[in-house]
Design a protein around this ligand. Structure first.
Ligand code: NAD
Ligand code: WQD
Length: 330
């Protein structure tokens, strides 16, 4: 199939392009490079030993999007393009609502106009809010405490209503848990600008001595050791989840958790990092981070039963591959 991958030069998008090419699909990337680099497109082609088409466009620009649909017979869209920093979304709510909502509207409209019925959307476990773990797809969504999270709940709603009105539209909403790690080649991975907000890139930068020590945000949560518990998922597993979702699209909207189903605390993660890479991460305990919840992990059974997909890689693989990328990355 010819798949339009918005945000395909980004962290999860680039790994998914590699997985799509390996599965025999053709890939057309649309990315404005706001949070990624053009070199990543070359690296995708280097890993896959295949060509991809690349359009440096903003997917909120409906004319530019329509032009791609006119140039190619698009069979399906995977929509990754979006802004994703929780803290920044509180400072710049209008940018986040505009970018993340308008991009979804423009792409859904283009699908209607050009009769494209396959749509896969990047959502987030953040839409569950502070529900009881494990999070199941049937749970009511709770407020997310930040504009970023709200853009995901709203986009889910927009796609659900669109599919209701258009019975041949097939949408897969994928709720990612905490994507980490990198491709085993070490060529592509997560390279945040500035000081990382997320745990794994922070840990790898401490390991590289770019940062002095990790601050653990609270050790008084009701968890195994008091630190926050998350469902870390290797980005290569996550990428393969998209190929599975695309291959199993059925009419209507279907929502899947993409996680491992296993929670890991912050202290467990830095212990696993030491075991995988033989590097001790210095840390101090600091206050809780506002907006954080104690525990977040998936009930991952629906994706396994309906898509035939489950995560293969464990926390040691994630720590090893994240570190390999950080070491190689200038
Ligand atoms: P990323 O920032 O690495 O990738 C997003 C890509 O989209 C970037 O290359 C950026 O340049 C591009 N982009 C943003 N706005 C655009 C626009 N208007 N037009 C064209 N390109 C645009 O982020 P990621 O981690 O790969 O995340 C991909 C998607 O998955 C996002 O929608 C994100 O919200 C979602 N998600 C990410 C996580 C995570 O922890 N990384 C978790 C859950 C959901
Ligand atoms: C993980 C754990 C922190 C950094 C965020 C978004 C979410 C989704 C994934 C996009 C928590 C602790 C972290 C640090 C720490 N993104 N931590 N010191 O908060 O689960 O999810 O990314 O959809 O929407 O909110 O991920 O990696 O920031 O934190 O102790 O320097 O690590 O408190 O327990 P989070 P994270």
């Amino acid at each position: 199939m010819n798949i339009l991958v918005t945000g395909g030069a980004g962290y999860i998008g680039s790994h998914t392009c590699v997985a799509l090419l390996a599965a025999g699909h053709s890939v057309i990337i649309a990315d404005n490079l706001r949070n990624s680099k053009r070199e990543t497109v070359a690296k995708i082609m280097q890993i896959a030993v295949k060509e991809v088409a690349f359009y440096e466009i903003d997917v909120t620009d409906s004319r530019a999007v329509d032009e791609i649909f006119m140039n190619y017979k698009i069979d399906g869209v995977i929509h990754f393009a979006g802004l994703k920093a929780v803290g920044e979304s509180i400072e710049m709510p209008l940018d986040y609502y505009y970018n993340n909502i308008v991009s979804t509207l423009v792409l859904a409209k283009a699908c209607q106009k050009f009769n494209v019925n396959k749509f896969v959307f990047s959502s987030s476990a953040t839409v569950y809010g502070d529900n009881t773990v494990p999070f199941v797809e049937t749970m009511d969504l709770l407020p997310t405490t930040n504009p970023y999270g709200e853009t995901k709940s709203m986009s889910e709603r927009i796609l659900t209503d669109t599919a209701k009105a258009n019975p041949s539209f097939s949408v897969s909403i994928l709720r990612y848990f905490n994507p980490v790690g990198a491709h085993e080649s070490g060529l592509i991975g997560e390279a945040p600008n500035g000081v990382p907000n997320n745990l794994m890139p922070y840990v790898t930068q401490v390991a590289k001595r770019k940062l002095e020590k990790l601050r653990i945000f609270g050790n008084d949560y009701p968890t195994v050791d008091g630190t926050g518990v998350r469902d870390y998922i290797h980005v290569v597993d996550l990428a393969e989840g998209h190929v599975a979702a695309l291959g199993n699209l059925i009419n209507g909207v279907h929502t899947y958790n993409l996680g491992t189903g296993k929670g890991t605390s912050v202290l467990e993660l830095i212990k696993a990092f030491d075991q995988a890479n033989n590097i001790k991460i210095p840390y101090e305990i600091s206050d809780r981070r506002p907006g954080d919840i104690a525990s977040c992990y998936a009930d991952a059974s629906k994706a396994k039963n309906e898509l035939g997909w489950e995560a293969r890689l464990n926390i040691y693989d994630m720590c090893r591959d994240a570190w390999r990328f950080e070491k190689n990355h200038k």
